[in-house]
Design a protein. Structure first.
Ligand code: KG4
Ligand code: ZN
Length: 336
C-alpha cells in the first residue's frame, strides 16, 4: 500500500511517500524561512505560504521518487491539532486529490503521528509502552497499549519543552527555532555553570512546568550583564540540562510506576542529543528499553503522518470529503 502523507499543521509544508513494504520512498519539506524576521510563526503568513508551495512540493516529491500519482493507494493528512488556516490547506489539498484519484483519505492526529515516527526506522512499536512527546507545542507522557490506545498520564501545565528551548534561545539572541541553536552552543558550555530550576521534579505526578525556567534565564541574563560567547554557552548548556533533567526523571518514573519496559521519545525536541543520550543511559540503568525516532523524523514531517495514516487506512478507514480540521484535540482515548 503506497500512502501519501501531508503535514501542514504549522510552518513546514512536508509531503512524503511511504509504503509498508519499502518504508519511506521520499520526503519533500519546504521550510518557511519568512517567519525568522518575526521571531516566531505568524499563522496568516504560514497558511499563505502553504498555499503557495503545496502543489510544487507534491510534484517535486513524485518526480524525485519516480512515482505516478495513479500508484497512490491512500492519503493521510494532519487535521488536528494545529494552526487551523495551515491545516486547512493540507486537508483541502488531500481531499481534492483523494476525490480525483478515487482513493481513501484519513485525518491524522499530529501527536499520534509523532509517536509513530518511531516506526520509520523499520521496527514496530512494542506495547505496552510509555511515549514522551516533546515538541514546540506539546510536552506529554502517554501510556500506549496499541494503535488508537493512548492514555495521557502527564502534561505540561504551561510552556512546552520546545518553547523553553525557543524562549531561552531568543533571550540569548540565538534566533529561531531555538532548540538546534541551544544544542549547538551548549557543546562549548558548562552545564553546571548556572543552577536553573527543575520545576516539579520531586512532585509525585508526571506533569511538567517550564515557564519558570524562562523567567530564571531572563533574570540571570539581566543580573549578569553582557555575556561573551563562553557565558552564552554556559547559560545555554545549563538551561538545556535543566530541561533534560526533568524530562528524563519524569519519564523514567512514569515507566516504572505503570510497569512498562519500553520507552519512546517523539517530537522535535527528541532530536536533541543531550536528551537522547541521557534518556538512553537512564533507561539502561533502570532496566528499561530506550527508543527514539531517526533524527530526520523528529521534527514535523510528512513521513510520520503517512506511517500513522497507513495504520488507519489498513483498517479500512476513509474519512472522505467530510474530513475537517481542529485547532485543538487531546490524544487521550482511554482512561483507567
Ligand atoms: O515537532 P516539531 O517540529 O513541531 C511541533 O509540533 O511543535 O517541534 C519543534 C520544536 C521547536 O520548539 C524546536 O526548537 C524544537 O522542536 N527542536 C529542538 C531540536 N530540534 C528541534 N529542541 C532541542 N534540540 C533540538 N536539536
Ligand atoms: Zn510536531
Amino acid at each position: 500500500m503506497l500512502v501519501l502523507g501531508i503535514e501542514t499543521s504549522c510552518d513546514d509544508t512536508s509531503l512524503a511517500l511511504y509504503s509498508e513494504e519499502k518504508g519511506v520512498l521520499g520526503v519533500y519539506t519546504a521550510a518557511q524561512l519568512v517567519h525568522d524576521r518575526y521571531g516566531g510563526v505568524v499563522p496568516e503568513i504560514a497558511s499563505r505560504e502553504h498555499v503557495r508551495t503545496v502543489l510544487a512540493v507534491y510534484e517535486g516529491l513524485l518526480g524525485r521518487a519516480g512515482v505516478d500519482q495513479r500508484q497512490l493507494d491512500g492519503i493521510a493528512v494532519s487535521n488536528r491539532p494545529g494552526l487551523v488556516g495551515s491545516l486547512l490547506v493540507g486537508v483541502g489539498f488531500a481531499k481534492a486529490l483523494a476525490y480525483v484519484l478515487r482513493i481513501p483519505v484519513v485525518g491524522a492526529h499530529h501527536i499520534e503521528s509523532h509517536i509513530y515516527s518511531n516506526e520509520l526506522g523499520g521496527e514496530a512499536l512494542r506495547y505496552p509502552c510509555v511515549a514522551l512527546v516533546v515538541s514546540g507545542g506539546h510536552t506529554s507522557l502517554f501510556h500506549v497499549t496499541g494503535v488508537g490506545r493512548y492514555r495521557l498520564v502527564g502534561n505540561t501545565r504551561d510552556d512546552a519543552a520546545g518553547e523553553a528551548f525557543d524562549k531561552t534561545a531568543k533571550l540569548l539572541g540565538l534566533g529561531f527555532p531555538g532548540g538546534p541553536a541551544i544544542e549547538r552552543v551548549s557543546a562549548d558550555g558548562n552545564e553546571s555553570a548556572v543552577a536553573f530550576p527543575r520545576a516539579m521534579i520531586d512532585r509525585d505526578n508526571f506533569d511538567f512546568s517550564f515557564s519558570g525556567l524562562k523567567t530564571a534565564v531572563r533574570l540571570h541574563i539581566e543580573g549578569a550583564g553582557h555575556q561573551d560567547a563562553r557565558g552564552v554557552a554556559d547559560i545555554a548548556a545549563s538551561a538545556q540540562a535543566a530541561i533534560v533533567d526533568v524530562l528524563v526523571h519524569k519519564t523514567i518514573n512514569c515507566a516504572k510506576r505503570i510497569d512498562v519496559r519500553d520507552v519512546y521519545l517523539a517530537g522535535g525536541v527528541a532530536a536533541n542529543r543531550a536528551l537522547r543520550e541521557r534518556m538512553k543511559r537512564s533507561c539502561a540503568e533502570n532496566g528499561l528499553v530506550y527508543h527514539a525516532p531517526l533524527l530526520q523524523y523528529c521534527t514535523d514531517n510528512g513521513a510520520m503522518v503517512a506511517r500513522a495514516g497507513a495504520l488507519h487506512l489498513a483498517a479500512g478507514r476513509d474519512d472522505g470529503v467530510d474530513l475537517d480540521v481542529f485547532a485543538r484535540g487531546a490524544l487521550n482515548s482511554w482512561s483507567e
